[in-house]
Design a protein around this ligand. Structure first.
Ligand SMILES: Cc1cc2nc3c(=O)[nH]c(=O)nc-3n(C[C@H](O)[C@H](O)[C@H](O)COP(=O)(O)O)c2cc1C
Length: 195
């Protein structure tokens, strides 16, 4: 998922770069861009806890369906003041219906999650933005992964124009490699018995 309002910007490029790598390795992929999606902010009414879905009728239900559908998710954000974009934060808050609905079962458990942050400057807030994305995924009990091996830092990080940032694209490549390898490992292992 690209959380940028720009349909063809750096985040879109980096996320699609990661997804193409996975597609080329045989994974089924779905790309979602938040640009031109209409998602209203969560108003904290918790009606979703009773109704199993948010009462607000907008583009969020397709996104929730995609969360349930996938085995792994790559979230990409442009860095806005060292944080995720507003579009992503609104999307994240609306995912409270996933938690409010399902009590103890945590339906996202066992899925893998990787993060990509795109900023204009070196040290422009990529790592704090990655932490935003990763904290969201951890709170859904998604298993967060890094961009490695080889280097193993905090995720995909892009500086400036994504298509020209070869080092940044290497971190994105390593992230998708890691996700692909771990998904195959998980598939072969099957579920562990409850502790
Ligand atoms: C509101 C706003 C805030 C931004 N804040 C930062 C920032 O804190 N650090 C930075 O390096 N770049 C910042 N930028 C630049 C974007 O992160 C950068 O251009 C990014 O590549 C845009 O991604 P996109 O092409 O997917 O929209 C900001 C841009 C906007 C519009």
């Amino acid at each position: 998922m690209s959380g940028s309002p720009n349909k063809n910007g750096n985040t879109a490029y980096a996320v699609q770069y990661a997804l193409t790598k996975l597609k080329d390795s045989g994974f089924e992929i779905k790309y979602i861009s938040l640009s031109h999606k209409f998602i209203a902010p969560c108003i904290g009414c918790f009606k979703c806890a009773d109704d199993k879905r948010c009462w607000q009728k907008d583009d969020m239900q397709d996104i929730i369906d995609a969360f349930f559908w996938c085995d792994g998710i790559i979230l990409g954000s442009p860095v806005y003041f060292g944080m995720v974009s507003g579009q992503l934060k609104i999307m994240m808050d609306r995912c409270v219906s996933i938690r409010a609905n399902y009590g103890d079962t945590m339906p996202m458990s066992g899925k893998l999650g990787g993060a990509i942050a795109c900023a204009n400057s070196r040290n422009g807030g990529q790592e704090t933005t990655l932490q935003n994305l990763q904290t969201f995924m951890l709170q859904l009990n998604i298993q967060v992964i890094s961009d490695g091996p080889i280097f193993c830092h905090s995720g995909g990080t892009i500086v400036g124009e994504a298509s020209k940032d070869s080092w940044g694209l290497e971190t994105v490549n390593n992230l998708s490699n890691n996700m692909g390898n771990l998904m195959i490992k998980n598939m072969n292992k099957g579920a562990l018995p409850p502790l």
